[in-house]
Design a protein around this ligand. Sequence first.
Ligand SMILES: Nc1nc2c(ncn2[C@@H]2O[C@H](COP(=O)(O)OP(=O)(O)O)[C@@H](O)[C@H]2O)c(=O)[nH]1
Ligand SMILES: [Mg+2]
Length: 326
Amino acid sequence: MTRVNLITGFLGSGKTTTLLHLLAQKPQGEKWAVLVNEFGEVGIDGALLAESGAVLKEIPGGCMCCVNGLPMQVGLNMLLKQTRPDRLLIEPTGLGHPKQILDLLSAEVYQPWLTLDATLCLLDPRQLGDARITANENFRDQLAAADIIVANKEDRWDEATLAALQDWRAQDALQRPIIPARFGQIAGELLTRPRLNQQPLPQAAHHHARPASRLAALAPVQNTRWRRSLNQGQGYYSCGWVFDAETVFDTVGLLEWARLAPVSRVKGVVRIQEGLLSVNRQGEDLNIETRQAAPPDSRIEIIHEEEADWNSLQASLLKLRLTAVV
Ligand SMILES: Nc1nc2c(ncn2[C@@H]2O[C@H](COP(=O)(O)OP(=O)(O)O)[C@@H](O)[C@H]2O)c(=O)[nH]1
Ligand SMILES: [Mg+2]
Protein backbone atom coordinates (compact mmCIF):
# COMPACT_ATOMS: atom_id res chain seq x y z
CA MET A 1 0.00 0.00 0.00
CA THR A 2 1.22 3.43 -0.93
CA ARG A 3 0.09 6.31 1.27
CA VAL A 4 -0.69 9.41 -0.78
CA ASN A 5 -0.78 13.11 0.09
CA LEU A 6 -1.94 15.87 -2.19
CA ILE A 7 0.04 19.08 -1.63
CA THR A 8 -2.12 21.80 -3.13
CA GLY A 9 -1.97 25.59 -3.13
CA PHE A 10 -2.21 28.48 -5.54
CA LEU A 11 0.56 29.63 -7.89
CA GLY A 12 3.68 30.49 -5.93
CA SER A 13 2.24 29.66 -2.49
CA GLY A 14 5.23 27.45 -1.66
CA LYS A 15 4.29 23.88 -2.66
CA THR A 16 7.67 22.87 -4.10
CA THR A 17 9.54 24.56 -1.24
CA THR A 18 7.42 22.56 1.22
CA LEU A 19 7.91 19.33 -0.71
CA LEU A 20 11.67 19.74 -0.47
CA HIS A 21 11.39 20.23 3.26
CA LEU A 22 9.13 17.18 3.66
CA LEU A 23 11.37 14.99 1.50
CA ALA A 24 14.30 15.86 3.75
CA GLN A 25 12.35 14.32 6.63
CA LYS A 26 11.70 10.98 4.93
CA PRO A 27 12.14 8.19 7.48
CA GLN A 28 15.15 6.02 6.72
CA GLY A 29 14.20 2.81 5.01
CA GLU A 30 11.07 4.25 3.38
CA LYS A 31 10.80 4.82 -0.35
CA TRP A 32 9.02 8.01 -1.40
CA ALA A 33 7.90 9.17 -4.82
CA VAL A 34 6.78 12.56 -6.13
CA LEU A 35 4.35 13.32 -8.94
CA VAL A 36 4.67 16.96 -9.96
CA ASN A 37 2.36 18.70 -12.39
CA GLU A 38 3.03 22.19 -13.73
CA PHE A 39 0.97 24.78 -15.56
CA GLY A 40 3.78 25.64 -17.94
CA GLU A 41 4.96 23.41 -20.75
CA VAL A 42 8.53 23.57 -19.53
CA GLY A 43 8.91 21.64 -16.28
CA ILE A 44 11.04 23.42 -13.67
CA ASP A 45 9.92 21.92 -10.37
CA GLY A 46 11.26 18.52 -11.42
CA ALA A 47 14.75 20.01 -11.72
CA LEU A 48 14.36 21.61 -8.28
CA LEU A 49 13.27 18.30 -6.76
CA ALA A 50 15.87 16.22 -8.60
CA GLU A 51 18.36 16.39 -5.73
CA SER A 52 15.87 15.14 -3.15
CA GLY A 53 16.50 11.45 -3.82
CA ALA A 54 12.80 10.65 -4.33
CA VAL A 55 11.51 8.89 -7.43
CA LEU A 56 10.18 11.68 -9.60
CA LYS A 57 7.55 11.85 -12.33
CA GLU A 58 6.73 15.13 -14.06
CA ILE A 59 3.59 16.10 -15.95
CA PRO A 60 4.04 19.58 -17.47
CA GLY A 61 1.64 21.54 -19.64
CA GLY A 62 -1.50 22.22 -17.63
CA CYS A 63 -3.74 20.75 -14.96
CA MET A 64 -3.15 17.00 -14.94
CA CYS A 65 -6.80 16.17 -14.47
CA CYS A 66 -7.79 18.04 -17.64
CA VAL A 67 -5.36 18.17 -20.51
CA ASN A 68 -3.41 15.24 -19.16
CA GLY A 69 -6.12 12.90 -17.90
CA LEU A 70 -4.61 9.82 -19.48
CA PRO A 71 -0.91 10.65 -18.98
CA MET A 72 -1.69 11.29 -15.33
CA GLN A 73 -3.23 7.85 -14.92
CA VAL A 74 -0.45 6.18 -16.86
CA GLY A 75 2.17 8.08 -14.86
CA LEU A 76 0.46 7.21 -11.61
CA ASN A 77 0.11 3.53 -12.53
CA MET A 78 3.75 3.30 -13.50
CA LEU A 79 4.90 4.98 -10.33
CA LEU A 80 2.77 2.74 -8.14
CA LYS A 81 3.49 -0.56 -9.87
CA GLN A 82 7.15 -0.16 -10.78
CA THR A 83 8.35 1.78 -7.77
CA ARG A 84 5.93 0.62 -5.07
CA PRO A 85 6.69 3.65 -2.90
CA ASP A 86 5.71 3.77 0.76
CA ARG A 87 4.53 7.32 0.24
CA LEU A 88 3.60 9.36 -2.82
CA LEU A 89 3.44 13.16 -2.67
CA ILE A 90 1.50 14.84 -5.48
CA GLU A 91 2.00 18.52 -6.32
CA PRO A 92 -0.70 19.63 -8.75
CA THR A 93 -0.35 22.95 -10.56
CA GLY A 94 -1.43 26.06 -8.71
CA LEU A 95 -4.26 26.19 -11.24
CA GLY A 96 -5.22 22.55 -10.80
CA HIS A 97 -8.59 21.08 -9.87
CA PRO A 98 -8.24 19.17 -6.59
CA LYS A 99 -11.66 17.51 -6.84
CA GLN A 100 -10.89 15.62 -10.03
CA ILE A 101 -7.52 14.50 -8.73
CA LEU A 102 -8.99 13.36 -5.42
CA ASP A 103 -11.80 11.56 -7.27
CA LEU A 104 -9.28 9.72 -9.38
CA LEU A 105 -7.20 8.72 -6.37
CA SER A 106 -10.33 7.47 -4.58
CA ALA A 107 -11.45 5.38 -7.58
CA GLU A 108 -12.01 1.69 -6.99
CA VAL A 109 -9.14 0.56 -9.24
CA TYR A 110 -6.68 2.25 -6.90
CA GLN A 111 -8.16 0.82 -3.68
CA PRO A 112 -5.74 -2.13 -3.54
CA TRP A 113 -2.79 0.17 -4.24
CA LEU A 114 -3.16 3.33 -2.26
CA THR A 115 -4.53 4.98 0.84
CA LEU A 116 -5.29 8.66 0.79
CA ASP A 117 -3.80 10.57 3.72
CA ALA A 118 -4.27 14.25 4.62
CA THR A 119 -4.42 16.82 1.83
CA LEU A 120 -2.29 19.84 2.70
CA CYS A 121 -3.09 23.20 1.14
CA LEU A 122 -0.39 25.86 1.03
CA LEU A 123 -1.84 29.32 1.50
CA ASP A 124 -0.01 32.62 1.22
CA PRO A 125 -2.54 34.52 3.37
CA ARG A 126 -1.59 37.79 1.65
CA GLN A 127 -3.55 36.37 -1.28
CA LEU A 128 -6.75 36.50 0.82
CA GLY A 129 -6.60 40.25 0.30
CA ASP A 130 -6.39 39.97 -3.49
CA ALA A 131 -9.92 39.87 -4.93
CA ARG A 132 -8.63 38.60 -8.24
CA ILE A 133 -7.18 35.53 -6.55
CA THR A 134 -10.02 34.90 -4.08
CA ALA A 135 -12.43 34.93 -7.04
CA ASN A 136 -10.46 32.16 -8.74
CA GLU A 137 -12.33 28.84 -8.50
CA ASN A 138 -9.10 26.82 -8.23
CA PHE A 139 -7.95 28.91 -5.27
CA ARG A 140 -11.28 28.36 -3.50
CA ASP A 141 -11.52 24.65 -4.35
CA GLN A 142 -7.99 24.00 -3.12
CA LEU A 143 -8.83 25.48 0.26
CA ALA A 144 -12.19 23.68 0.35
CA ALA A 145 -10.56 20.29 -0.34
CA ALA A 146 -7.83 20.57 2.30
CA ASP A 147 -7.55 18.72 5.59
CA ILE A 148 -4.78 20.97 6.84
CA ILE A 149 -4.04 24.54 5.79
CA VAL A 150 -0.36 25.54 5.84
CA ALA A 151 -0.31 29.33 6.14
CA ASN A 152 3.07 29.95 4.55
CA LYS A 153 5.38 32.97 4.15
CA GLU A 154 4.87 34.07 7.75
CA ASP A 155 7.97 36.27 7.36
CA ARG A 156 5.97 38.40 4.91
CA TRP A 157 2.79 38.88 6.91
CA ASP A 158 1.64 42.17 8.36
CA GLU A 159 -1.33 42.90 10.62
CA ALA A 160 -3.75 42.98 7.71
CA THR A 161 -2.56 39.53 6.62
CA LEU A 162 -3.14 38.12 10.08
CA ALA A 163 -6.59 39.71 10.27
CA ALA A 164 -7.52 38.26 6.84
CA LEU A 165 -6.39 34.83 7.98
CA GLN A 166 -8.38 35.08 11.21
CA ASP A 167 -11.48 36.14 9.24
CA TRP A 168 -11.06 33.18 6.93
CA ARG A 169 -10.69 30.82 9.88
CA ALA A 170 -13.80 32.21 11.60
CA GLN A 171 -15.81 31.30 8.50
CA ASP A 172 -14.39 27.81 8.12
CA ALA A 173 -17.23 25.45 8.97
CA LEU A 174 -14.81 22.53 9.37
CA GLN A 175 -12.47 24.44 11.70
CA ARG A 176 -9.48 22.77 10.12
CA PRO A 177 -6.01 23.20 11.59
CA ILE A 178 -4.02 26.14 10.24
CA ILE A 179 -0.26 25.66 10.58
CA PRO A 180 1.82 28.84 10.20
CA ALA A 181 5.10 28.26 8.34
CA ARG A 182 8.17 29.90 6.86
CA PHE A 183 9.57 28.42 3.68
CA GLY A 184 7.28 25.43 4.10
CA GLN A 185 9.08 24.25 7.20
CA ILE A 186 6.43 21.96 8.62
CA ALA A 187 6.62 18.70 10.54
CA GLY A 188 6.71 15.58 8.38
CA GLU A 189 4.28 14.03 10.87
CA LEU A 190 1.47 16.07 9.23
CA LEU A 191 1.64 13.71 6.25
CA THR A 192 0.55 10.77 8.36
CA ARG A 193 -2.67 12.46 9.46
CA PRO A 194 -5.83 10.93 7.96
CA ARG A 195 -7.94 12.40 5.21
CA LEU A 196 -11.03 13.59 7.06
CA ASN A 197 -12.55 16.21 4.79
CA GLN A 198 -15.80 14.84 3.35
CA GLN A 199 -17.11 18.24 2.31
CA PRO A 200 -18.63 17.91 -1.17
CA LEU A 201 -16.63 19.91 -3.69
CA PRO A 202 -18.17 21.71 -6.61
CA GLN A 203 -17.56 20.25 -10.04
CA ALA A 204 -15.07 22.51 -11.83
CA ALA A 205 -16.98 24.96 -13.99
CA HIS A 206 -14.78 24.37 -16.99
CA HIS A 207 -11.76 22.39 -17.85
CA HIS A 208 -8.69 23.93 -19.33
CA ALA A 209 -8.67 23.69 -23.08
CA ARG A 210 -5.50 23.74 -25.07
CA PRO A 211 -5.58 26.67 -27.46
CA ALA A 212 -5.56 25.55 -31.07
CA SER A 213 -2.82 28.03 -31.84
CA ARG A 214 -0.39 26.56 -29.34
CA LEU A 215 1.78 24.65 -31.76
CA ALA A 216 1.53 27.30 -34.42
CA ALA A 217 2.88 29.80 -31.95
CA LEU A 218 5.92 27.62 -31.49
CA ALA A 219 6.94 27.33 -35.09
CA PRO A 220 8.49 30.72 -35.94
CA VAL A 221 11.01 30.61 -33.14
CA GLN A 222 11.87 26.92 -33.36
CA ASN A 223 15.58 26.27 -33.82
CA THR A 224 18.27 23.93 -32.65
CA ARG A 225 19.78 25.72 -29.63
CA TRP A 226 16.55 26.58 -27.86
CA ARG A 227 12.80 26.30 -28.13
CA ARG A 228 9.87 28.10 -26.68
CA SER A 229 6.44 26.82 -25.58
CA LEU A 230 3.32 28.72 -24.66
CA ASN A 231 0.34 27.68 -22.59
CA GLN A 232 -2.82 29.38 -21.39
CA GLY A 233 -5.88 28.58 -19.31
CA GLN A 234 -7.89 29.69 -16.27
CA GLY A 235 -7.02 33.30 -16.98
CA TYR A 236 -3.27 32.69 -16.90
CA TYR A 237 -0.61 32.62 -19.59
CA SER A 238 2.80 31.02 -19.56
CA CYS A 239 5.84 31.17 -21.76
CA GLY A 240 8.79 28.85 -21.30
CA TRP A 241 12.16 28.36 -22.95
CA VAL A 242 14.52 25.40 -22.98
CA PHE A 243 18.14 26.01 -23.99
CA ASP A 244 20.64 23.30 -24.86
CA ALA A 245 23.36 22.19 -22.45
CA GLU A 246 26.06 24.35 -24.07
CA THR A 247 24.21 27.61 -23.52
CA VAL A 248 25.61 29.61 -20.57
CA PHE A 249 24.03 32.79 -19.21
CA ASP A 250 25.46 35.96 -17.74
CA THR A 251 24.65 35.66 -14.02
CA VAL A 252 24.05 39.29 -13.11
CA GLY A 253 22.11 39.97 -16.29
CA LEU A 254 19.93 36.94 -15.74
CA LEU A 255 19.12 37.88 -12.14
CA GLU A 256 18.15 41.38 -13.24
CA TRP A 257 16.02 39.97 -16.02
CA ALA A 258 14.20 37.69 -13.55
CA ARG A 259 13.75 40.49 -11.02
CA LEU A 260 12.43 43.05 -13.46
CA ALA A 261 10.37 41.01 -15.93
CA PRO A 262 6.87 42.57 -15.76
CA VAL A 263 5.14 39.28 -14.89
CA SER A 264 3.89 37.68 -11.67
CA ARG A 265 5.92 34.45 -11.70
CA VAL A 266 9.40 33.52 -12.96
CA LYS A 267 10.99 30.11 -12.48
CA GLY A 268 14.15 28.73 -13.93
CA VAL A 269 17.12 26.44 -13.60
CA VAL A 270 19.92 27.82 -15.75
CA ARG A 271 23.57 27.28 -16.52
CA ILE A 272 25.95 30.06 -15.57
CA GLN A 273 29.76 30.12 -15.69
CA GLU A 274 30.00 29.13 -12.04
CA GLY A 275 27.66 26.14 -12.43
CA LEU A 276 23.92 25.87 -12.07
CA LEU A 277 21.53 28.43 -10.66
CA SER A 278 17.85 28.27 -9.75
CA VAL A 279 15.77 31.43 -9.83
CA ASN A 280 12.27 31.48 -8.37
CA ARG A 281 10.17 34.63 -8.18
CA GLN A 282 6.59 35.05 -7.02
CA GLY A 283 5.57 38.70 -7.11
CA GLU A 284 8.37 40.37 -5.23
CA ASP A 285 9.59 37.23 -3.42
CA LEU A 286 12.78 36.31 -5.25
CA ASN A 287 14.86 33.28 -4.36
CA ILE A 288 18.19 32.35 -5.86
CA GLU A 289 20.14 29.18 -5.14
CA THR A 290 23.03 27.30 -6.63
CA ARG A 291 22.30 23.71 -7.56
CA GLN A 292 24.22 20.45 -7.66
CA ALA A 293 22.28 17.98 -9.75
CA ALA A 294 22.65 19.15 -13.33
CA PRO A 295 19.82 18.80 -15.79
CA PRO A 296 21.25 18.68 -19.30
CA ASP A 297 19.70 22.01 -20.29
CA SER A 298 18.63 25.43 -19.03
CA ARG A 299 14.93 26.11 -18.61
CA ILE A 300 13.01 29.25 -17.77
CA GLU A 301 9.31 29.81 -17.42
CA ILE A 302 7.19 32.87 -16.77
CA ILE A 303 3.52 33.01 -15.83
CA HIS A 304 1.27 36.04 -15.91
CA GLU A 305 -2.39 37.01 -15.64
CA GLU A 306 -2.27 38.55 -19.10
CA GLU A 307 -0.50 37.75 -22.28
CA ALA A 308 2.83 39.52 -21.76
CA ASP A 309 5.21 40.77 -24.41
CA TRP A 310 6.93 37.41 -24.72
CA ASN A 311 8.97 38.50 -27.73
CA SER A 312 10.68 41.42 -26.06
CA LEU A 313 11.30 39.37 -22.89
CA GLN A 314 12.76 36.71 -25.15
CA ALA A 315 14.95 39.20 -27.02
CA SER A 316 16.47 40.47 -23.76
CA LEU A 317 16.92 36.91 -22.49
CA LEU A 318 18.70 35.80 -25.68
CA LYS A 319 21.16 38.68 -25.30
CA LEU A 320 22.27 37.23 -21.95
CA ARG A 321 23.78 34.12 -23.51
CA LEU A 322 27.55 34.06 -23.25
CA THR A 323 28.20 31.26 -25.70
CA ALA A 324 27.68 30.21 -29.29
CA VAL A 325 24.68 32.17 -30.43
CA VAL A 326 22.46 30.77 -33.17
N1 LIG B 1 9.56 35.06 1.80
C1 LIG B 1 9.18 33.80 1.66
N2 LIG B 1 9.26 33.24 0.44
C2 LIG B 1 8.87 31.95 0.30
C3 LIG B 1 8.39 31.19 1.40
N3 LIG B 1 8.06 29.95 0.94
C4 LIG B 1 8.34 29.95 -0.38
N4 LIG B 1 8.84 31.15 -0.77
C5 LIG B 1 9.25 31.58 -2.12
O1 LIG B 1 8.08 31.70 -2.93
C6 LIG B 1 8.37 31.34 -4.28
C7 LIG B 1 7.43 30.25 -4.74
O2 LIG B 1 7.70 29.05 -4.05
P1 LIG B 1 7.40 27.61 -4.68
O3 LIG B 1 7.68 26.60 -3.63
O4 LIG B 1 8.12 27.45 -5.96
O5 LIG B 1 5.84 27.72 -4.95
P2 LIG B 1 4.84 26.76 -5.75
O6 LIG B 1 4.58 27.43 -7.05
O7 LIG B 1 3.61 26.72 -4.90
O8 LIG B 1 5.50 25.42 -5.88
C8 LIG B 1 9.82 30.94 -4.29
O9 LIG B 1 10.59 32.05 -4.67
C9 LIG B 1 10.09 30.53 -2.84
O10 LIG B 1 11.43 30.64 -2.49
C10 LIG B 1 8.32 31.83 2.69
O11 LIG B 1 7.89 31.26 3.70
N5 LIG B 1 8.72 33.13 2.74
MG1 LIG C 1 5.83 24.27 -7.60
